[in-house]
Unconditional design. Structure first.
Length: 128
């Protein structure tokens, strides 16, 4: 069931299988999906043409910046860019604190398509 308003969403996830699942979930909701495996690639997409409306990033990334640092850099490049975090782990207390400070939602993997849709709708509504 497509979302009310299709968005361009950048998914930053270093696990190919998880990236593919999340992409399919978002596409089933009618969104356009950009994907990146690492923060450096994500930042290029954020600053390039066809930039995303929403950043959905894993908290723990294998190389370069972690998801919280990526979100900070992304919002410096594009102020007001809505962010959603996802994690398969209980984030370390420092990361949890930093995520709370951003006010961005944190989805625990695995999450359902309706949970993902609610998170997208929530961050987009508050970004207006």
């Amino acid at each position: 069931m497509p979302s009310a308003e299709p968005r361009t969403i950048l998914v930053v996830e270093d696990e190919p299988d998880v990236r593919a699942i999340v992409r399919r979930q978002l596409e089933s909701l009618g969104h356009r999906v950009l994907v990146a495996e690492a923060a450096t690639e994500a930042l290029l997409l954020i600053q390039g043409p066809g930039a995303p409306d929403v950043l959905l990033t894993d908290v723990v990334l294998k190389s370069g910046l972690n998801g919280v640092d990526l979100a900070e850099a992304a919002q410096n490049a594009r102020p007001g860019l809505p962010v959603i975090f996802m994690s398969g782990f209980t984030a370390v207390p420092e990361a949890q604190e930093r995520i709370r400070e951003t006010g961005a939602p944190l989805l625990s993997k695995p999450f359902t398509t309706p949970q993902l849709e609610r998170a997208v709708n929530t961050v987009c509504a508050s970004a207006r």
